[in-house]
Design a protein around this ligand. Structure first.
Ligand SMILES: Nc1ncnc2c1ncn2[C@@H]1O[C@H](COP(=O)(O)OP(=O)(O)OP(=O)(O)O)[C@@H](O)[C@H]1O
Length: 288
């Protein structure tokens, strides 16, 4: 269990404030709009940045007293990690491994294989594509099979097949470990058991993924509309649409069916996010 108490961290005018938070084993999906503090929190959890106030415990070991030992158990993929352009992929992983005290070459080889990079192992990093670099950056975070893994938007630049593979792989990896990933794509992270929603530096939701889509203040409806009905729909409430014979099939959030013929749909994780964000914005606008 990772336990956060009275955490505060300021970056310029931005302030991250987490009074209390307990992140259990498994895959936690960290989400929130741009600038909500996801990277800040991941940088702090990974010990790259120290908080201004407050404490964090990792299975009983405190950040204040056990930083070196904790660092040896942490893997981190920051956003925009600069790789050593002139090193080959294999040398880079070996080098990062040695910095972590791993002198055996097997872990680097295994990770290259798991990331489907074996055939590129002798290529210099500057010759790799963005997606290949991203996988290499992910591989360095996994060196030593860290018990605590923090990944900032790990799927960036990956194609859809690779995204699926990485999600599924991390889902299995997280079975006995703490893994926190930040992402804007909630539906993609099906194996995530917990969701952590940050907004303006504060936690608005943290709980099991099943609860994320439950007891929402608005329901999700689907139905087909013609062009004039489409024009009457409030675009703010439309979460998606596609052209079908006879009109548009739309997916909307509303307390009641917006027109006849609409049927309720189970909210996806992204639907739940849209609804929660919309309701939050509305309540702020009304000054509640
Ligand atoms: N070095 C810095 N100096 C000043 N402000 C910073 C610094 N780093 C981040 N910030 C500010 O902190 C806030 C939170 O940034 P952070 O990168 O944690 O958000 P995020 O949720 O990860 O956003 P995104 O989804 O865009 O990646 C932002 O308002 C950002 O401008």
């Amino acid at each position: 269990m990772i336990t956060i108490r009275a955490l505060e961290a300021a970056r310029g005018p931005f302030r991250l404030h987490v009074p209390e938070l307990a992140i259990g084993r498994g895959l936690t999906l960290l989400t929130g709009r741009n600038g909500s503090g996801k990277s800040t929190l991941l940088n702090i959890l990974s010990t790259a940045w120290l908080p201004d106030r407050g404490g964090i415990d990792y299975d009983g070991l405190s950040l204040a007293e056990s930083r070196p030992i904790l660092r040896s158990r942490i893997g981190f993929l920051p956003s925009g990690l600069e790789l050593h352009e002139d090193m080959t992929a294999e040398k880079f992983l070996r080098y990062m491994g040695e910095l972590k005290g791993i002198y055996d070459q097997e872990p680097a080889r295994t990770l290259l294989e798991e990331m489907d990079l074996t055939s590129l192992r002798r290529r210099r990093i500057r010759e790799l594509s963005q997606g290949q670099r991203q996988k290499l950056a992910l591989a360095q975070a996994l060196l030593g099979q860290p018990a605590y893994l923090f990944l900032d938007e790990p799927l960036t630049f990956l194609d859809s097949g690779e995204r699926r593979q990485v999600v599924s792989w991390l889902g299995r990896y997280a079975l006995r470990r703490h893994v926190v990933v930040s992402s804007h794509e909630l539906n993609e992270w099906e194996p995530a058991e917990s969701i952590l929603w940050l907004n303006e530096g504060g936690v608005l939701f943290h709980g099991p993924a099943e609860e994320w889509g439950r007891d929402l203040p608005l329901s999700v409806w689907t139905g087909t509309v013609n062009e004039s009905e489409w024009a009457d729909l409030s675009q703010e409430l439309v979460m998606g649409w596609r052209q079908v014979p006879g009109g548009r099939e739309v997916r909307v959030m509303a307390p009641e069916p917006p027109a006849s013929g609409f049927v309720p749909a189970d909210p996806t994780r992204e639907d739940a996010y849209f609804i929660r964000r919309y309701v939050l914005r509305e309540s702020r606008t009304k000054g509640e």
